[in-house]
Ligand binder design. Structure first.
Ligand code: URA
Length: 444
C-alpha cells in the first residue's frame, strides 16, 4: 500500500477502508510517513469528511497506536469524564470526589492547560506536594484505597493523536468533526474506563461556538464510544461565560473546595451535579434522579469533601488549606478592574478572559512555558449582571505588578455592556445518551 494512493482516494471523495486507515495511523505513530503527506491527508479529510465507519476505524486505530490502559486491577465499575475544554472549568476537581464518595471508581488521566483553556493537572499541582506522575501500580493503589486518582497522561498513550494534533494545529485542520471525534475518543478508549461522560462545551470560551456542530459532535462521540463497547453520555454545557467565578489554578481549587463544602457559585454546582449524576447513572444503572440525589447527599454529608482530601493525601499533597478553611496560597499583588460605565454585562468573550488570566502567568502560550499557580482572576460580575460605574468587575492576582495593565485591558476588551438585561441562558443545555443515537438520526 502507498500513502500517496490513500491521500488521492480521500482527495477524490472516496471512503477509506479499514486497512488504509490502519496503514495511515501506523505510519503516523512509527514516523514512517512524512509530515507533508500526513498533513495532505488531514486536509483531504477536513474538506471531504469521513463517514461513521471511517471515523470509528480511525478512532480505534489511534487508540491502539500506543498503550491501552488495562484498569482490571481496580475493583468495580470504572467511570471517566472528559471536557472539551473551557475557562474556569474546574469540574473534575468536584466531580471525581463526588463519584468516588458514591461508590464508583475514577481512574482519571488529565492534561495540562494550553492557550486560553486551563488543565486539571496544573490545578492539582497548585496543591503543595501533590504528585501527578504516579506509576501504574501507585495509580491503581490510590484508586482502590480512596475511590479516585487523577494523574497526567502517560508517555505512550495514543502517540498517533499527539502527532496528528500537532500537525492539525499548524495546518488549519482542527475544526473537523471526524478529526475531533477520533482525537478525543481514541484517548478516552485507550484510558480504559467502562463508562465515559463527555462535557461538550458550547460558546465563546470553547472551540465549539455553534450549538448544531456541538450537537453533531456529541452524538458522534457517543455513537463511537458505544460502538467501542463503552457506555457513553454527553452533556452540552454553556461556555459563553466562564464556569464559576475563579480562573487560575489555586483559585480554582479553592472554588472547587467551596462547592464540596455546599457553598460556591450555582452555575458550577449545577454542571458538576449533572455530570456526576450521569457518571453514576452509567456506572450503576440507577435512574438519573436517584443518582442526582446521591450526588447532592455526598456534598451535604461531607463524604465528597473527605474523598477529595483522601485522594490529595494519597497522592502526597497537603490538604490543610482545603480542610481548615485557612487562607489558600495567594499571589503577592491584587488589582481591581472597575466597570467603565453603568449598565448590564451583555456578553463575555470568554476565550479572551482565559487569555487575560494567561497574561497574569496562570496559563501557557506555548507547551514549554512554566506557570504561576497563584495567578488568575476572580470575577465579581458575569453576563446578565447589572453594574455601576467604578464597581469592581474582577480582581486580578499576580506576582508581578507589571502584568496587570495588559491583562486588565484584555479583560475589559472581552466584556460588552448594554442598556438591556440579556436573556438568561441555561448552564446545562442538552443531554445526549445512547438512546438518542439509536433513534436513527443521521450523524454525518
Ligand atoms: N480536544 C482534543 O483532544 N482533540 C481535539 O481535536 C479537540 C479537542
Amino acid at each position: 500500500m502507498r500513502i500517496y494512493d490513500v491521500i488521492k482516494a480521500k482527495r477524490d471523495g472516496k471512503a477509506l477502508s479499514k486497512e488504509e486507515i490502519e496503514f495511515f495511523v501506523k505510519g503516523v505513530a512509527d514516523g514512517s510517513i512524512p509530515d507533508y503527506q500526513i498533513s495532505a491527508l488531514l486536509m483531504a479529510i477536513f474538506i471531504n469528511g469521513m463517514n461513521f465507519t471511517e471515523t470509528a476505524d480511525l478512532t480505534l486505530a489511534m487508540a491502539h497506536s500506543g498503550d491501552m490502559v488495562d484498569l482490571s486491577p481496580i475493583k468495580g465499575k470504572k467511570v471517566d469524564k472528559h471536557s472539551t475544554g473551557g475557562v474556569g472549568d474546574k469540574t473534575s476537581l468536584v466531580i471525581v470526589p463526588i463519584v468516588a464518595a458514591c461508590g464508583a471508581k475514577v481512574a482519571k488521566m488529565s492534561g495540562r492547560g494550553l492557550g486560553h483553556t486551563g488543565g486539571t493537572i496544573d490545578k492539582l499541582e497548585s496543591i503543595d506536594g501533590f504528585k501527578t506522575d504516579l506509576n501504574r501500580q501507585e495509580f491503581f493503589k490510590v484508586v482502590n484505597e480512596t475511590g479516585a486518582s487523577i494523574i497526567g497522561q502517560s508517555g505512550n498513550l495514543d502517540p498517533a493523536d499527539k502527532k496528528l494534533y500537532a500537525l492539525r494545529d499548524v495546518t488549519a485542520t482542527i475544526e473537523s468533526l471526524p478529526l475531533i471525534v477520533s482525537s478525543i475518543m481514541s484517548k478516552k478508549i485507550a484510558s480504559g474506563a467502562d463508562c465515559i461522560v463527555l462535557d461538550v462545551k458550547v460558546g465563546s470560551g470553547s472551540f465549539n461556538k455553534d450549538l448544531d456542530f456541538a450537537t453533531r459532535l456529541a452524538k458522534t462521540m457517543v455513537a463511537i464510544g458505544e460502538h467501542a463497547g463503552r457506555r457513553v453520555t454527553a452533556v452540552l454545557t454553556d461556555m459563553d461565560k466562564p464556569l464559576g467565578n475563579a480562573i487560575g489554578n489555586s483559585l480554582e481549587v479553592s472554588e472547587a473546595a467551596e462547592i464540596l463544602k455546599g457553598k460556591g457559585p450555582q452555575d458550577l454546582k449545577d454542571v458538576c451535579l449533572t455530570l456526576a449524576a450521569h457518571m453514576l447513572t452509567l456506572a450503576t444503572d440507577d435512574a438519573y434522579p436517584v443518582c442526582r440525589k446521591k450526588a447532592e447527599n455526598a456534598i451535604a454529608d461531607g463524604s465528597a469533601l473527605r474523598a477529595f482530601v483522601n485522594m490529595i493525601k494519597a497522592q502526597g499533597g497537603d490538604p490543610s488549606w482545603i480542610i481548615d478553611a485557612k487562607k489558600p496560597p495567594v499571589s503577592k499583588y491584587e488589582y481591581k478592574v472597575l466597570s467603565p460605565i453603568d449598565g448590564y454585562i451583555t456578553h463575555m468573550q470568554t476565550d479572551k478572559l482565559g487569555l487575560a488570566s494567561m497574561l497574569l502567568g496562570a496559563g501557557r502560550a506555548k507547551k514549554e512555558d512554566s506557570i504561576d499557580h497563584t495567578a488568575g482572576i476572580v470575577l465579581h460580575s458575569k453576563t446578565g449582571d447589572r453594574v455601576t460605574k467604578n464597581q469592581p468587575l474582577a480582581t486580578l492576582c499576580a506576582n508581578d505588578e507589571k502584568l496587570f495593565e495588559q491583562s486588565a485591558k484584555t479583560l475589559l476588551g472581552a466584556i460588552t455592556f448594554g442598556e438591556e438585561q440579556p436573556k438568561e441562558s441555561p448552564t446545562v443545555i442538552k443531554i445526549i445518551t445512547k438512546e438518542d443515537i439509536e433513534n436513527g438520526e443521521t450523524l454525518f
